[in-house]
Design a protein around this ligand. Structure first.
Ligand SMILES: *[C@@H]1O[C@H](CO)[C@@H](O)[C@H](O)[C@H]1NC(C)=O
Ligand SMILES: *[C@@H]1O[C@H](CO)[C@@H](O)[C@H](O)[C@H]1NC(C)=O
Ligand SMILES: *[C@@H]1O[C@H](CO)[C@@H](O)[C@H](O)[C@H]1NC(C)=O
Ligand SMILES: *[C@@H]1O[C@H](CO)[C@@H](O)[C@H](O)[C@H]1NC(C)=O
Ligand SMILES: *[C@@H]1O[C@H](CO)[C@@H](O)[C@H](O)[C@H]1NC(C)=O
Ligand SMILES: *[C@@H]1O[C@H](CO)[C@@H](O)[C@H](O)[C@H]1NC(C)=O
Ligand SMILES: *[C@@H]1O[C@H](CO)[C@@H](O)[C@H](O)[C@H]1NC(C)=O
Ligand SMILES: *[C@@H]1O[C@H](CO)[C@@H](O)[C@H](O)[C@H]1NC(C)=O
Ligand SMILES: *[C@@H]1O[C@H](CO)[C@@H](O)[C@H](O)[C@H]1NC(C)=O
Ligand SMILES: *[C@@H]1O[C@H](CO)[C@@H](O)[C@H](O)[C@H]1NC(C)=O
Length: 603
């Protein structure tokens, strides 16, 4: 595995074979611990006879023979290298596990038959990369100074040959003599020859060094070039005197209100921080012997606060003061108690006041919607819809999140209020008429129906809260035409009555129930039908149905949105048989759930 050998072969000096003596020196580089093979340039293979050959090295000018070969055989001589050396068939000196001490000049000497002496030299150099540099900056605070004080050490171990260390502050190189910097280096050689390089940095310390970063860089050579390694980046702690303290109030809200979390924080402007005590103004007992005090504030925490700082190096006393203002708002107080029971038709005034740290904004709501602003609310209870949940909402301008609400439940007592629908209706004999009466009142009213003054039973009666709905449905007879229906609503307080006037229909309209429950005369109503009635095989019809002349007309109307324009035309049903007309009506009844009220089936 000779390839492991990082071998760079440079020729320091070279001289050709001149005269009796060869004087050539090769330089060979090798990584520490690796194997190396040193050539013997003066040995020639072609020599048939065994020459006398010797490998030796020189230390203190005295040669130490490592290997001898001659007519009397070969010997690895006694030497400190004996266990690690060998000579191969090319007469190369092979050294295993090279050490630092192997860095020296090796000589191969050959004496041929003619007694001619030839020598070749190999200068062996070994290399070892140093360990990563370790930086140690001063851990204690350093006073600001113009003079160079020791601020850090950088060390790299186990390198060979000696590396260099360079210091950097904020990526700028620090050099002895520049800006008062002094860098002293110390080299230690271990017994195995490896070198520990230590560099001590001394420098003036500036206030800006609070934020400076330092590192060192080790640069070294290996057989294959120059390399470097950087240390971690470190900072130093700079001490400078405290000249003042500052007291801050911190909270997540700009304007502080009751229930907010508040921090009082006091800081000196130097390093190390002074000893800090926080006080409430005019109180002897400190709040805390610390730079920080956190709590949830209430109104009585408003006032002055003091921070006292004592610098421990010069016993300088400093003080700072601040004001804390805590906003508060109490639940509003109303001039009326809830529930507030009032009479229908009465007029009342309610006022609302809230005790607060500043001027309050007051508005009123009814069932959630704002109805008025200002502390006084004037109410005229004309209608049962005026009953409900009122509330006074108080807040302080500019203090978000501080709102208090007081509810006032208004209960309205009074006689019923009645409405009927329809109020006026055209009818004909045989119609089925349905009318509706709605009554609100407190206490809940009862509804009674009268036709022409005679009490009748209602079909449906719905009761919800204070509202009662009743429906009356009956078959119109000759007697009812031009008559009057009354709806009477009654409670413990009083009664109210409303009327529905019936009128004999002038045109014999057919009435039907539309989807929304109202009565619609079946005159020009737009109906979509799809029927298969002989010649009527159409989609959209405008039905003109009345009893006059016993005829029913159905016509397609082009203007309807879902009718094609050229569908315009009239298709008389006049010619249709009564049976077909009847089937059309039945179809209308089935498809549209229309209820013929006045005997359509007679056709
Ligand atoms: C080789 O030459 C150098 C001067 O060029 C001399 O110093 C050295 O002693 C010589 N070495 C031998 C082995 O003759
Ligand atoms: C100095 O270093 C320490 C530890 O790495 C770090 O916590 C601190 O923030 C640094 N200070 C500055 C000013 O960079
Ligand atoms: C080093 O850099 C930091 C951050 O960029 C800066 O605050 C500081 O002043 C610098 N130090 C010096 C001595 O210029
Ligand atoms: C160390 O520094 C010296 C002087 O600047 C230089 O001559 C030498 O080559 C350097 N050595 C390394 C290993 O960088
Ligand atoms: C401050 O108010 C809180 C509650 O609001 C009460 O418990 C405390 O006693 C008050 N402190 C003083 C000094 O009035
Ligand atoms: C309003 O609040 C303050 C502070 O709590 C209190 O001193 C004062 O008596 C209150 N006033 C009323 C009318 O409640
Ligand atoms: C009566 O109440 C029922 C169920 O709440 C409802 O379906 C019906 O429409 C109501 N009738 C009237 C006349 O309001
Ligand atoms: C209702 O009164 C009208 C007008 O007074 C009258 O013509 C009709 O006969 C009365 N009907 C009944 C059912 O009493
Ligand atoms: C009921 O109302 C009528 C008319 O509004 C009034 O004349 C009458 O006095 C009231 N009755 C009672 C008992 O309040
Ligand atoms: C009920 O339906 C008819 C016919 O579709 C329409 O004319 C009327 O406006 C509707 N009434 C209401 C209250 O929606």
């Amino acid at each position: 595995m000779d390839t492991l050998i990082l071998l760079s072969l440079c020729l320091l000096s070279w001289r050709g074979i001149q005269g009796q003596h060869d004087n050539s020196t090769k330089v060979m580089d090798n990584m520490l611990g690796h194997k190396i093979s040193l050539p013997c340039d003066v040995y020639s293979h072609d020599d048939s006879s065994t020459p006398t050959l010797q490998w030796f090295y020189k230390k203190n000018e005295n040669p130490t023979v490592i290997y001898t070969s001659g007519p009397s055989g070969t010997t690895i001589e006694e030497s400190d290298m004996k266990s690690r050396v060998n000579v191969n068939k090319h007469m190369h000196l092979v050294i295993e596990h090279t050490k630092v001490e192997d860095e020296k000049l090796f000589t191969c000497r050959v004496v041929d038959q003619n007694g001619k002496v030839k020598e070749s030299n190999v200068h062996l150099r070994v290399y070892k990369a140093p360990d990563d540099p370790e930086i140690k900056m001063e851990e204690n605070g350093i006073q600001i100074t113009d003079e160079a004080v020791q601020i850090g050490e950088c060390e790299t171990k186990n390198g060979y040959p000696a590396p260099n260390i360079t210091w950097y502050r904020n990526n700028t190189q620090l050099k002895t003599g520049k800006d008062g910097v002094v860098v002293t280096n110390q080299i230690t050689v271990k017994s195995n020859g490896l070198i520990t390089f230590k560099s001590v940095l001394s420098s003036p310390v500036y206030k800006t060094d609070i934020y400076s970063t330092f590192y060192c860089e080790v640069s070294y050579h290996l057989s294959n070039g120059a390399f470097m390694k950087e240390s971690d980046r470190k900072n130093i702690t700079v001490d400078y005197p405290n000249t003042e303290v500052k007291l801050f109030v911190k909270s997540q809200h700009e304007i502080i209100k009751e229930g907010d979390k508040v921090q009082l924080m006091c800081m000196g402007n130097g390093h190390p921080q002074p000893q800090i005590t926080l006080f409430r103004k005019d109180e002897e007992e400190p709040l805390v012997e610390d730079f920080l005090y956190s709590w949830t504030v209430s109104r009585n925490d408003s006032g002055g606060y003091i921070c006292k700082g004592l610098s421990m190096d010069d016993f300088n006393e400093m003080e700072a003061e601040t004001e804390l203002h805590v906003h508060y708002l109490d639940p509003p107080v109303l001039s009326e108690k809830s529930p507030f029971i009032v009479e229908l038709g009465s007029v009342h005034s309610v006022s609302c006041h809230a005790n607060a740290s500043a001027h309050t904004d007051i508005h009123w709501t009814q069932d959630g919607s704002t109805i008025a602003t200002g502390s006084d609310l004037s109410l005229r209870f004309l209608d049962y819809t005026d009953a409900g949940r009122y509330a006074c909402v108080a807040s302080i301008t500019g203090v978000p999140g501080l709102t208090q609400t007081q509810e006032l439940l208004v209960i309205l007592k009074g006689k019923p209020q009645v409405t009927v629908s329809p109020q006026h209706v055209e009818v004909q004999d045989g119609d089925r008429l349905t009318v509706k009466c709605t009554a609100v009142g407190n206490p809940t009213p009862k509804i009674t129906w009268y036709i022409n003054g005679t009490k009748v039973d209602a079909d449906v009666a719905n009761v919800s809260d204070s509202e009662v709905i009743s429906e009356l449905s009956f078959l119109v007879t000759q007697n009812h035409l031009n008559g009057r229906i009354s709806c009477k609503a009654e409670n413990e307080i009083n009664s109210s009555m409303e009327y529905i006037q019936l009128q004999k229909s002038k045109s014999d309209n057919i009435l039907y129930h539309s989807n929304n429950g109202t009565m619609v005369p079946l005159r020009w109503c737009h109906i979509y039908i799809s029927i298969h009635l002989g010649e009527i095989h159409s989609t959209l019809f405008n039905l003109n149905a009345n009893r006059k002349g016993n005829s029913i007309h159905a016509a397609c109307i082009a203007s309807a949105p879902f009718c094609r324009e050229n569908d315009y035309g009239r298709k008389g049903l006049r010619k249709s048989s009564t049976k077909n007309k009847r089937r059309l009506i039945e179809h209308l009844v089935n498809v549209f759930s229309i209820t013929p009220l006045n005997g359509l089936f007679r056709y």
